[in-house]
Ligand binder design. Structure first.
Ligand code: 5AD
Ligand code: SF4
Length: 335
């Protein structure tokens, strides 16, 4: 195992069987985490990029089995921020020094492409990067938003296991999701994707396929989150994903994509009290503090007990780790 990790450190490639082996055994975990941390340092340095996350609507037409915002969850209290509120929140984040604003929502048709384009244009009057995380759209709609100034887009594939995908995403199509990701790449978006770790019936083999998919896509950003059951969903009684398994998936991705922007995800922090610090020392170079007003943030309940990411606590933590807050936009390097 040791030699596989050593080799991958230079080749940035791994065979599927080797990935499965790494995921199934714990003997080389420390070496894996250490190597991912070294690669992050070597390729990206000590800088950590902070992205201000603005959750502007929790209305969603989809029905993903694992998510608290699914349309069939009638207990979720829905909200929408007005375009003016979204712009004001973004401007506040920018005035605090954020160089990237992430606009995230459920799939909510209330926000037409025209409305979204106007919001993006307004935010882009500042010298910032705009990331969208608003789900599946047509090529033409993605094109309009790109033209309006959007720089990046996050759309997790969630799982590359087609049977699982079908099972947990009623009335959705795996092929369309892939189409979206390739369209985003084609349009010149920095494209982020990722998967859930620990979905019921998910195998290590399918996680290995997920990892190889990120490499094949040459993903610019990859977010990995352990699955956390939400009580008002069909997966309420399933067990949560394993923090260390999610961490291993993340570290292996760092070996394969040394330049990718990889966040220490909120789901990791929620599942383990030092989750963010551990992730930052195992290959992650991004943190996404939640900048949504607290009342709304609480209602954006994808999974329960979502940790509130506190800005000053993060800065303090980074200092202790010998890391710095980047003053750059943090575009994907190495291109
Ligand atoms: N646990 C962890 N992550 C979840 N997501 C949705 N529901 C859950 C859950 N129960 C993730 C999905 C989605 C992102 C916005 O949140 O991966 O892409
Ligand atoms: Fe909607 Fe995203 Fe939740 Fe699926 S994961 S129900 S698309 S908010």
């Amino acid at each position: 195992m040791k030699s596989i990790i050593e080799q991958a450190k230079y080749s940035h490639s791994l065979e599927k069987n080797d990935i499965i082996h790494l995921l199934a055994n714990s003997g080389s975990d420390e070496l894996l985490f250490k190597t991912a941390n070294q690669l992050r340092e070597e390729y990206l340095g000590k800088e950590v990029h902070l992205r201000a996350l603005i959750e502007f609507s929790n209305v969603c037409k989809r029905n993903c089995f694992y998510c608290g915002l699914r349309s069939e969850n009638k207990k979720a209290e829905r909200y929408r921020l007005s375009p003016e509120q979204i712009i004001a929140t973004a401007n506040l984040a920018i005035s605090k020094g954020y160089k990237t604003v992430v606009l995230q929502s459920g799939e909510d048709a209330y926000y037409t492409v025209k409305i979204l384009a106007e919001i993006i244009k307004e935010v882009k009057k500042n010298d910032v990067a705009v990331t969208l995380s608003i789900g599946e759209m047509s090529y033409d709609d993605y094109a309009v938003l790109k033209l309006a100034g959007a720089d990046r887009f996050l759309l997790r594939i969630e799982t590359t296991d087609k049977d699982l995908y079908k099972k947990f995403h009623p009335n959705m199509s795996y092929e369309n999701r892939l189409r979206c990701l390739f369209d985003l790449k084609k349009l010149g978006y920095e494209t982020g994707t990722g998967c859930l770790v620990g979905l019921p019936e998910q195998t290590l083999e399918s996680l290995a396929e997920d990892i190889l998919f990120f490499k094949k896509l040459d993903a610019d950003m990859v977010g990995i989150g352990p699955f956390i059951p939400h009580p008002d969903t069909p997966l309420a009684n399933s067990g949560a994903g394993d923090f260390y398994l999610a961490l291993k998936v993340m570290s292996i991705i760092r070996l394969l994509l040394p330049y990718a922007n990889i966040p220490a995800t909120t789901a990791m922090e929620t599942l383990h009290k030092n989750g963010r610090r551990i992730a930052l020392e195992s290959g992650a170079n991004v943190v996404m503090p939640n900048f949504t007003a607290l009342d709304y943030q609480k209602k954006y309940e994808i999974y329960p007990d979502k940790i509130l990411v506190d800005y000053s606590k993060i800065v303090e933590e980074l200092t202790v780790l010998g890391r710095t807050v980047s003053k750059q936009k943090g575009n994907r390097k190495g291109k």
